[in-house]
Design a protein around this ligand. Structure first.
Ligand code: HEM
Ligand SMILES: [Ca+2]
Ligand SMILES: [Ca+2]
Length: 299
């Protein structure tokens, strides 16, 4: 059972310690924000929110982070958790008392706030997982080609509703994508649900044989602000992935997109609720987990 004051007696300043570390990292690079948010999502959807995503591969074990679906996770997300963990462990009382999974949950909230998104209380008390394998990622993460049925079934497998799915998708209001992830939409023929001007811009930014390391903004209007622009973009055919644009083309999710495009407060409330539910997915307690000394290595 998670609770917001879990560390009140164990490490009373954990929230400010993590926040300071994330802020410092943010001042070095904005990538901290999208990288950390996406890391949290990819952690929670595979074996639950247990920092299994942070484990490094060894000679004996190919870990989650080396699965093809995770190779595009930006290193700055991992680095944010490692730095925040070091800051927590620098306080004697807190040393090895706060899980990496909880540090990631807190850092995600802090990243959202640093980019202008809503603040919220983070439920805490997760343990770190005891396994991380590349094979366990198979079929657990949504693909950018997904339709609403596919999105709904994958989110509902994690206890999340269609409304939660639409709210969480707005995380694409910050951050970057590699051209390969949407190349099929701007090729021949161009996806008809794409705004024509936007399609031309994307073709220019992502010409054929573009450097595979090139990444472009997912929100063409406010790429560094965590806002409800995501939904306004969808209304104009400016969703980058099929999985984004279908939220507007499909009649089941379109009313939700329209509501949140015009009502930022309602979006923020839905987003907070969905993030809180995401943070409860597959939480480890008791013998199913522990508190890692090094977030990238099992104890
Ligand atoms: C709904 C289904 C989703 C699909 C199909 C999807 C897919 C993707 C893809 C393909 C990328 C680009 C990766 C790259 O090329 O580097 C991406 C980026 C991103 N995703 Fe998602 N995603 C989904 C949901 C989510 C959710 C629920 C969150 C968080 C709550 C999230 C957060 C992000 C962020 C922040 C980025 C930018 C990462 C960066 O700039 O480093 N996504 N997503
Ligand atoms: Ca996990
Ligand atoms: Ca934005």
């Amino acid at each position: 059972q998670l609770k917001t004051n879990f560390y009140a007696n164990i490490c009373p300043n954990v929230e400010s310690i993590v926040k300071n570390a994330v802020t410092k990292k943010f001042q070095q690079t904005f990538v901290t924000v999208p990288a950390t948010i996406r890391l949290f999502f990819h952690d929670c959807f595979v074996q639950g929110c247990d920092a299994s995503i942070i484990i490094a591969s060894t000679g004996r074990n190919k870990a989650e982070k080396d699965h093809p679906d995770n190779l595009s996770l930006a290193g700055d997300g991992f680095d944010t958790v490692i730095k925040a963990k070091a800051a927590v462990d620098a306080v004697a009382q807190c040393r090895n008392k706060v899980s990496c999974a909880d540090i990631l949950a807190l850092a995600t909230r802090d990243a959202i706030v640093l980019s202008g998104g809503p603040s919220y209380q983070v439920e805490l008390g997760r343990l770190d997982g005891l396994s991380s394998t590349s094979s366990s990622v198979n079929g657990k993460l949504p693909q950018p080609t997904f339709n609403v049925n596919q999105l709904n079934s994958m989110f509902s497998a994690n206890g999340l509703t269609q409304s939660d799915m639409v709210a969480l998708s707005a995380a694409h209001t910050v951050g970057f994508s590699h051209c390969s992830k949407f190349a099929s939409r701007i090729g021949n023929p161009v996806d008809t649900t794409l705004n024509k001007t936007y399609a031309a811009e994307l073709q220019q930014q992502c010409p054929q044989n573009v450097d595979p390391d090139i990444a472009i903004n997912m929100d063409p209007n406010t790429p560094r602000t965590f806002d409800n622009m995501y939904y306004k973009n969808l209304q104009q055919g400016k969703g980058l992935f099929t999985s984004d644009q279908v939220l507007f083309t499909d009649a089941r999710t379109r009313p939700t997109v329209n509501t949140w495009a015009s009502n930022n407060a309602a979006f923020q409330q839905a987003f907070i609720s969905a993030m809180t539910k995401l943070g409860r997915v597959g939480v480890k307690t008791g013998n199913n987990g522990n508190i890692r000394r090094d977030c990238a290595v099992f104890n």
